[in-house]
Ligand binder design. Structure first.
Ligand code: GLN
Length: 451
């Protein structure tokens, strides 16, 4: 813990941590030492982790990357972080993220962008670590923590993992409790780990997951020992390759890496099957209706009364609007406007209801294909890490980063990104495996075979 705290303290230029919690970390580490000395160690005893600042931490300011949560100090602990601490983990600090987890580059944070520790060969230009869990991915990639919590609403675990050479798994919707996680889009949000390798992800997810009576969408089914299945291999598994993921303009290197992944899995004994998912093209438009709709509703609670920032005014309506204008950044305001629009009378049926219907069709199509194959193999992202500022002026080009990841959220399926190689500029690229609901075990077996 001391070594990590020192390293994290020196990594200011990456801007991965928004808050380092030395006192808590040292106290937890001392407790861990005592437990180990007593021969009473828990599964994560003394393991130093970073916690995405979307997870409420008791007594530790939690801001979700937003100005509007200035000084908000929860009086409770999120179930996922509590589960980790109950298993012996140590919290080094809170990690930076896109504001309210809205973004794909960690550039919408009130605390400024996070910098990817990777650089293009022979080029010092700073790159984004992906988003929204950019603090988590950068911190794990730069070895500032042994693992990190993250959340994924449309790709925010898998995309940052892919562009930083780390492993990230979004489990099945309902696998981890959402209780105490600042809500973005409640029907899509899921917590998961970002780690250095597949084994660490398996170990960490086991601790994070589990039923929680405080989240009515958390599922009451046993959490398997993911680590125990890792070495079972992929012999006999059927792995589908969806042709619709071969999009125009995809870099040849990603195409080649995907092919390489197919060969690796074949060599390991899997059967590769071509599959078709024609609804794929609707996933991104559906996501960018459903997610903002839910966000506009979830973010209505930030009114200057209950949490954080308040811009005073004698007129309460003025106070609300001044607080929200000052407290929310441009991307969050854009989502609230889109969400309010698609939910408004007159547009509700045309946008929101239609998107929900298409979402159901996407789910049915995915389940149909996963009836015949155990896993799907796709690239995680349509490009390697891009430069800071490169896509901020064009929200659509930013949203396109999520093209391969949003389907798993809309359908609630588990998905993992595994580092699979480097591009010509020596930047990491990831491959994604998507599995059946609550079958993270097979996802982990596939991931281990790709690693
Ligand atoms: N990039 C997507 C968005 O901005 C996904 C974010 C996430 O998964 N939290 O909505």
């Amino acid at each position: 813990t001391d070594a990590y705290l020192e390293r994290a303290g020196q990594a200011g230029p990456l801007n991965a941590f928004v808050r380092i919690t030395d006192d808590i970390a040292r106290k937890q580490a001392e407790d861990s030492d005592a437990r180990i000395a007593r021969g009473d160690a828990r599964p994560l005893e003394g393991i130093p982790l970073g916690i995405k600042d979307l997870f409420c931490t008791k007594g530790v300011t939690t801001q979700a990357g937003s100005h509007i949560l200035d000084g908000f100090t929860p009086t409770y602990e999120s179930t996922v972080s509590q589960n980790l601490f109950d298993d012996g983990a140590v919290m080094l600090g809170k990690l930076n993220l896109d504001e309210f987890a809205m973004g794909s580059s960690n550039e919408t944070s009130y605390f400024g962008p996070v910098v990817n520790p990777w650089r293009r060969e022979g080029d010092e230009a700073k790159l984004t670590p992906g988003g929204s869990s950019g603090g988590s991915s950068a911190a794990v990639s730069a070895r500032l923590c042994a693992g990190a919590t993250a959340t994924d609403t449309g790709g925010s675990i898998r995309q940052p993992a892919s562009v930083t050479g780390t492993v990230g798994i979004k489990p099945t919707y309902g696998r981890c409790s959402r209780w105490g996680i600042v809500a973005f889009a409640s029907s899509l949000d899921q917590a998961g780990p970002i780690t250095r390798d597949v084994r660490d992800a398996a170990i960490m997810l086991k601790s994070m997951a589990g039923h929680d009576a405080k989240d009515s969408t958390s599922i009451d089914c046993p959490v398997p020992d993911y680590e125990a299945v890792l070495d079972q291999g992929v012999k006999g598994l059927k792995i589908g390759v969806p042709k619709e993921y071969r999009i125009d303009g995809m870099p040849v290197e990603i195409e080649a890496l995907w092919q390489q992944g197919i060969e690796w899995l074949k060599d390991a004994g899997a059967e590769i099957v071509d599959v078709s998912l024609p609804m794929t093209k609707y996933a991104l438009p559906v996501y960018y209706i459903v997610a903002p709709a839910e966000a506009s509703s979830n973010l209505a609670r930030y009114d200057g009364v209950k949490y954080g920032l308040r811009v005073e005014d004698d007129n309460i309506h003025e106070m609300y609007s001044k607080t929200r204008a000052a407290g929310f950044g441009a991307e969050v305001q854009r989502r609230i406007l889109i969400g309010t629009y698609v939910l408004s009378a007159g547009y509700y049926d045309a946008y929101y209801i239609r998107a929900q219907k298409v979402r159901k069709k996407i789910f049915d199509e995915m389940m149909g294909v996963l009836n015949g194959v155990d896993l799907l193999l796709t690239p995680s992202t349509p490009s390697a890490a891009f430069g800071l500022g490169e896509k901020t002026a064009d929200p659509i080009s930013m949203y396109l980063n999520d093209i391969f990841t949003v389907t798993a959220n809309l359908a609630g399926l588990p998905g993992i990104s595994v580092p699979a190689g480097l591009d010509a500029q020596q930047l990491p690229l990831g491959l994604q495996l998507i599995g059946r609901p609550f079958d993270e075990e097979t996802v982990f077996r596939g991931a281990k075979a790709l690693e």
